[in-house]
Design a protein around this ligand. Structure first.
Ligand code: FA5
Length: 343
């Protein structure tokens, strides 16, 4: 019996697949198997009753041991096959067929620029907040010093919802929400989707992304605004950029500016991209209007701030030389595939 046990273990050790293991099981435990036939083939007349009992018990022990070992080995082999993705022993499986090629997704160009900007603002101590796409009229307009009868409301054609709320027209809607929630000092950026009821053309979408920035602290001036704008532009375009500020009107900043960047294509001499002017209008910005700070319950005798609202979609278009904004929401895989799958 010891020999049979040794032989059984050795055969079991050599069998790898569930099929080979099943063969070992049949060889030892099947109807005509070595262990099963042990009792049948033994001449009991030679043995005393005690020896018979002892022998029978040993055969049963061996049988139980062998059954347990075979089932354990079969389970282990099945688990191995499942883990390696193989389906060993499945009839009709052609192992030589090439595998399935999984397509890897790409990161949308707007997301690429957004991630880069979030990185640079994180390093300057800014929080990243998102806000709400469905917004109250109060935060999108009133609290930004744009009351109902103000002509500036016409600058942004609005999608109104039947419950009186609206789809935010700009990420500036986050400013007073953040001031109410966090108070001063505050450094935050708000990337997100905005909606305007506009005719769509190569540079206008009704759904586009902006990235708002807000910094409120003691003694904030235009110099701080310029320093932060230069840091973000050199990071995005991977070089020093020349900028200029022109006066711009937004009711929630005073003074308000349009920040232009010297054309990165022609270096300022004039080309098709900058329409011959040498400058590209890129980021509206300014010092936060004291009335907006008051709406956010900020003490204006102590604190001042700057804000900017860059067009993330347009920034991505400039960075990657994308000629038509409609490609961004087109769902056209051929367009997306040109961008990296990971950063
Ligand atoms: C605003 O939305 C202001 N909230 C920006 C601001 C914030 C000013 C903080 C001062 C302080 P404007 O309407 O110009 O401003 O839009 C800002 C940017 O969003 C534009 O420069 C442009 O890049 C982008 N943008 C606006 N409308 C569209 C559109 N229909 N399609 C694509 N991008 C757009």
């Amino acid at each position: 019996m010891d020999e049979i046990r040794q032989q059984f273990l050795s055969d079991l050790g050599k069998a790898n697949t569930p099929k080979e293991l099943e063969e070992v099981r049949v060889r030892y435990l099947g109807r005509k198997g070595t262990i099963t036939t042990l009792l049948k083939n033994t001449d009991f007349s030679q043995l005393t009753p005690d020896q018979r009992r002892e022998f029978g018990q040993k055969v049963n022990d061996l049988k139980r041991f062998a059954e347990a070992e075979v089932s354990r080995a079969i389970e282990a082999a099945k688990a191995r096959a499942a883990a390696s993705g193989a389906t060993a022993g499945v009839a009709g499986l052609d192992w030589s067929l090439p595998g399935t090629d999984h397509r890897v997704g790409c990161i949308h160009p707007i997301a690429l620029v957004q991630m880069e900007l979030e990185d640079v603002f994180h390093s300057m101590g800014f929080m990243v907040l998102t806000g709400y796409e469905v917004e109250l009229e109060y935060y999108n307009f009133d609290a930004l010093n744009i009351p109902a009868d103000h002509p500036a409301r016409d600058m942004q054609d609005t999608y109104w919802l039947t419950n009186g709320m609206l789809l935010r027209t700009h990420t500036s809607a986050n400013q007073v929400r953040a001031l109410e929630r966090f108070g001063a000092p505050l450094r935050a950026i708000f990337p997100g989707r905005c909606f305007r009821y506009e005719a769509i053309d190569a540079s206008h979408e009704n759904t586009f992304y902006q990235l708002e920035g807000l910094m409120v602290d003691r003694d904030i001036s235009v110099a701080n605004l310029i320093a932060v704008m230069k840091a973000l532009l050199s990071r995005i375009f991977h070089r020093e950029v020349t900028i200029r500020l022109r006066p711009g009107f937004f009711p929630f900043v005073e003074p308000g500016f349009e920040l232009d960047v010297q054309c990165l294509i022609c270096g300022g001499s004039g080309c098709g991209t900058c329409k011959g002017g040498g400058w590209i209008e890129l980021i509206p910005c300014g010092l936060v209007h004291p009335r907006v700070l008051e709406f956010g319950h900020i003490d204006t005798s102590k604190y001042s701030g700057f804000a900017f609202g860059l067009g993330l979609t347009r920034m991505a278009m400039m960075k990657y030389a994308i000629p038509d904004i409609r490609l961004m929401n087109s769902g056209d895989i051929r367009f997306y595939e040109q961008f990296p799958a990971a950063v």
